[in-house]
Design a protein around this ligand. Sequence first.
Ligand code: SF4
Ligand code: SF4
Length: 450
Amino acid sequence: MHWFYLLSGVVFFLGILGFSITSFRELEKRAGLLSLLCAVGFGIIWAGIGIAFPEATFYLAVIAWALSVAGAIFLSLPIGKAEPLKIDISKTERFDERHIMFGRMELKEGTPQYDEYYMHLNPEMKKVDDNLRSMPDLGEPGAKYFNKLDSPYMVSIFEFIEKIRHLADPGEPDQGPVSITPEEATRKIKGFGKFLGALDVRVTRLRDYHVYSHAGRQLHNWGQRLTLDHKYAVVFSSEMNYRMVHTAPLLPTSTESAFEYMRLACIAICLATYIKNLGYKARAHIDGNYHVLTTAVAHDAGLGELGRLGLLVTPTHGPRVRTAVVTTDMVFVEDKPINIGVQHFCRICKKCAENCPSQSIEKGEKKEIRGVTKWQTKMETCYHHWRTLGTDCSICLAVCPYSKPNSFYHNLLRFFIHRNSVARKLAFLMDDLFYGRRPRHTEKPAWFSE
Ligand code: SF4
Ligand code: SF4
C-alpha cells in the first residue's frame, strides 16, 4: 500500500472525525453519531480497497484528492442566481408602532389610548388582543413553563432595561461638532462598537421607511407623530449564546434574549453618548424605546438578509443575533445590502415554518407588504404561543440551519452556500440528515431548575 494512500486516508478520516467531535461538543448527538459512523465506514472501505488493490493505491489517492479539490472549487463558484430581497422604494411607507404586539399589549381597557386604538385604528383586533391580555404575561404564574426561581431571571433583566430606557436620548451636544472625515468616523464607531461587545457594526443612510410613523410602545407618548432628522443609522448585532438558544422553547432562551437586549441597550447608549460628546446629535434605539425598525435598517446596512422566519439572517450567525441602532447627524461611509443567498435557501428550506408550533410562519409564497416582497409572520398567533408558554419560544430561530455555531465546519459550509445554489441544495439535504427535520431542544444549563 502506497504511503500517500495511507496518509490521505488518515487526513480524510480525521476530517470526518473532527466534524463528529465538533458536533458532540455542540451537544448535537445525532450529527455526532452519524458522522462518527461515516468516519468508521470510510476507514473500513478505504482500508479494504487498499488491501484489495495495493498496486493501485497511489493513483486511487490522487483521484480522491482530485475529486475533493474539484468538488470544493465547483461549490465555491458563483453558480445559480441568488435573488435579493425585493424592495420597491416607491411603495415603501412608514409603519405605525401602535400596531406592534408589545405596544398593543400596553393598552388598558378604559384608557383613551385603548378606545382610540380599538374604535378607530384597528377594531378588528379588539377580540384577539383582549384574549391575549387575559393570558398570563411572560414571567407570570400560570404559563406552561413558569418557574418561580427561573422566570425572574428574564423579568429582572427586562426591569433593568426599563430603568435605563430614558438614557436612549443623550440630549443635545454641549459643544460644536469636532472635525472628522466620514472614513475616520466610520472606523471609530465600528471599532468602539466592537470594543463594547458588538458582533458586527454597519452603517446606512437613514431612510424614511426606517422610522416609525407614530410612537406606540409607551403610554406617555403613545400616538405622537415621530420625526427624526438624523441622516445616518449605525446598526449592530450581538450574538445569542448557542447553548441557551438551543433549549428553545424553554426558559433559558428567553433569559438569553433578555440578556442580549440589555447588552445592546448598554452598547447603544454608550455609542450615542460618545457621538454626542463629539458634538453631534444622536439617539439610541433600544428595547422598548425605538423610533426605527431595526430589521429594516439592518438589512439596508448589509448586516444580514431577511429570512422566511421574519428575522434578520446574518452571514456568520444566521438569526441567532439581536440588533439595536443609533441614529445621528454625524456622517459616515455607507455600507451596502448583502446577498448571501438567504432568499433562495429559505425558499427550499422551510424548516422554521414546519417546526413552528403555532403555524405562524408562512410556508407558501412571499407577499408584497409596504413595498417589500417577503414572507409574512403572523404576530398574533406567535405571541399567543409565547403567552401560553411563558417564554419567547424561539424554536424557529433554534432550528434554522444558519444558526449553527461559528466553527470551522459550519463556516466552510457557509462559504459555499453564500456563493453557490448547488451548495445550498446540498446543505439543505445534509442539515436534514445530520440534524433532523424536527430537531429537539437540548438540556437546560445546570443553573436552571429541572
Ligand atoms: S417564536 Fe415560536 S411561535 Fe413564534 S414564529 Fe417562532 S417558532 Fe413560531
Ligand atoms: S429555517 Fe430555513 S426557511 Fe427558515 S429562516 Fe432559516 S433558512 Fe430560512
